[in-house]
Design a binder for this molecule. Structure first.
Ligand code: IYR
Length: 224
């Protein structure tokens, strides 16, 4: 089906202006808050408040996307048996990754994180969010091109991680490779490519994280 070649009706922009000093304060408060986010691999099984994930998913769904095609599907998995299947399939891939697929160089840069093939968090976390990228549209069995899907879904996942953190939840961006098993287990169509698997919940009280640092402003910014 082709789109009409005319612009959508316009509405006034809703935009809040702040004095410069307040902008700086807000930017700093957000920076401090978001910098506290850490990748968590030890979760408490505590259930999540009803409706919390949907709010965060709506924040993710408000991300900009190529031609506003919103080429994402978020599958929330809370069922024990489905989580168990996902863990088993992910660990099979991860065993191969750590035993032979990963180069020595890759394993060397991963070493400080202390990761291995064992992924208990895929069962312990109260929820997993499987993010799928709609590489093309398939409405009514008809193929439709999508544009900039990697960028679009990457931005949406950034929004999602920030929203989950802001809501008081811990997350991990987990990318067992390859992730095709997610289509099979979750019954997603062929146009949807697994993008990332996000365990979400509260951290276990005993949770520890690697003592790693972030690059400084001088390291990441160049001025022209
Ligand atoms: N997917 C594997 C390996 C892994 C790869 C990268 I790049 C990381 O930043 C972390 C882990 C795993 O989840 O263990």
């Amino acid at each position: 089906m082709t789109q009409p070649l005319s612009p959508a009706p316009s509405i006034p922009l809703r935009f809040q202006r702040f004095p410069g000093a307040q902008m700086l304060e807000r930017a700093k408060a957000f920076r401090v808050e978001i910098a506290q986010r850490r990748s968590v691999r030890e979760f408490s099984p505590d259930p999540l408040p009803e409706g919390l994930l949907d709010e965060c998913l709506l924040a993710a769904g408000s991300a900009p996307s190529g031609a506003n095609q919103q080429p994402w599907t978020f599958v929330v998995i809370e069922d024990r048996e489905v989580k168990r299947k996902i863990r088993a399939a992910a660990e099979e891939e991860e065993r191969a990754f750590y035993a032979s697929r990963a180069s020595a160089e890759w394993l060397a840069v991963l070493a400080p994180l202390g990761t291995d093939w064992n992924k208990p968090f895929l069962e312990t976390a109260p929820a997993l969010i499987a993010v799928f990228r709609q590489a093309y549209g398939l409405e009514g069995g008809e193929k439709r091109d999508h544009y900039y899907t990697q960028e679009s879904v990457g931005i949406a996942v950034g929004f999602l991680l920030a929203a989950l953190h802001h809501a008081g939840l811990a997350t991990l961006t987990h990318t067992p490779s390859p992730m095709g098993f997610l289509n099979q287990i979750l019954g997603r169509p062929v146009n949807e490519k697994p993008f990332v698997l996000i365990p979400v919940g509260l951290p276990a009280p005993s949770c520890r994280v690697p003592d790693i640092s972030r690059k400084s402003i001088g390291d990441i910014r160049r001025r022209v």
